[in-house]
Design a protein around this ligand. Structure first.
Ligand code: AMP
Length: 358
């Protein structure tokens, strides 16, 4: 594809067909762009709303090639796309955001090292590949701490908290002995996130930071405005911009931060639209999904300024049955079309407007 912006009728390929792919596909179709989803699982949430779906595994070279040839640019809704699949696609079409953002965020050690080299504050951390490494890391970082697998962790999975008196070797065995990272426990007063966007011409725009509450490691609610000082809000936005610029990023990013007495500490970033940005669907003229599609399509970014205060509430597992009462309330409902309810599964969310922006 040339650097020219996509025109209506052109195609965006999306790797992954979950709820994020679904909401990206809706945003793209509103802009007159067509979406082709690539997803190994059958009957995925995104296929209900996309113009085309390929159901094939990520190691099916022929399917990947046909997918890449059928679109003008490729993006993704999750960061753990296998590298070989990305190589096969990149030989044919551009992938946005680019490989550097993916490679950096796929591995917590690479990610934290990158953030530290940018001069951003992170929890103290150390690589752990053996019981001896873990003992050394605990001696240096102290307890409490969190041991996390370097790759493939999400929604609090692949991590274990270590306190004084715990048997460290058992905790490491609990993670299957996988390559890990030990992080010092951050005493935070709140968790916030910034959803940022960067266009192909380098222009950057960030949504107002949201304040996040997690339950059992899964995001439960996001509230805007976050309880931040003006200086903290500016810091949060500037650091998200710094990350995007350093990665020569194109698309939407989700940057998760801890608010601590020592200032803002970066936990991690996701190189994609993010659950903590769902409030933008009803709090802004242009939401995170449209902003991502605009960036990936080479369009200028839209105006994502916030017009309302919003509380976004996730519907996890059988909480989705609450829809029977919620649909009679003044909330905006977003369901993902998942037939099977499972504990911990994100089934939908609602956005409740709590007043004009303030
Ligand atoms: P993560 O998978 O890194 O997003 O972690 C999931 C959740 O665990 C975060 O949202 C925090 O609530 C908590 N957490 C992760 N890392 C730390 C840390 N270093 N200190 C304190 N809490 C943490």
């Amino acid at each position: 594809m040339s650097e020219a912006p996509l025109e209506p009728g052109q195609w965006i390929g999306i790797l992954g067909g979950g709820q994020l792919g679904r909401m990206l596909a809706v945003a793209a179709s509103r802009l007159g762009l067509n979406v082709h989803i690539y997803e190994p699982g059958a009957n995925c949430p995104a296929s209900d709303v996309a113009a085309r779906t390929t159901t094939a595994p990520y190691d099916d070279g022929a399917a990947l090639e046909a997918f890449a040839r059928s679109v003008d640019v490729v993006t993704y809704e999750f960061e753990n796309v296998p590298a070989d699949a990305l190589d096969a696609i990149e030989a044919i079409r551009p992938i946005r955001p680019g490989r550097r953002a993916l490679a950096t965020s796929q591995d917590r050690l690479t990610e934290k090292t990158f953030l530290q080299e940018l001069g951003l504050a992170t929890a103290p951390f150390a690589a752990v590949d053996s019981d001896a490494d873990l003992e050394e890391a605990i001696a240096r970082i102290g307890l409490p701490a969190i041991l996390k697998t370097r790759t493939l962790g999400y929604d609090g999975k692949g991590q274990v908290r270590l306190s004084t008196g715990d048997d460290a070797a058992t905790a490491r065995a609990g993670l299957g002995g996988a390559p890990a990272i030990l992080e010092g426990f951050v005493e935070f007063s709140a968790e916030v996130s910034v959803i940022g966007a960067r266009a192909t011409d380098g222009a950057v725009a960030c949504f107002d930071p949201g304040e996040n509450v997690h339950r059992d490691g899964i995001l439960a609610t996001t509230t805007v405005p976050a309880r931040l000082s003006t200086a903290q809000r500016t810091d949060a936005i500037l650091l998200a911009a710094r990350i995007m610029t350093a990665l020569d990023y194109v698309g939407v990013i989700g940057v998760e931060l801890f608010v601590s007495p020592k200032g803002l500490i970066v936990n991690e970033f996701a190189p994609r639209v993010h659950n903590s940005g769902h409030w933008t669907q009803d709090g802004c003229l242009i939401d995170q999904f449209e902003q991502h599609i605009r960036a990936v399509a080479g369009w200028p970014l839209g105006d994502g300024s916030r017009h309302s205060n919003v509380v976004m509430e996730n519907l996890i597992g059988d909480e989705v049955t609450r829809i029977r009462t919620l649909r009679a309330e003044p909330v905006s409902i977003h369901l993902y079309g998942k037939a099977q309810v499972k504990p911990g599964r994100k089934m939908g969310h609602v956005n409740r407007i709590t007043g004009p922006a303030g």
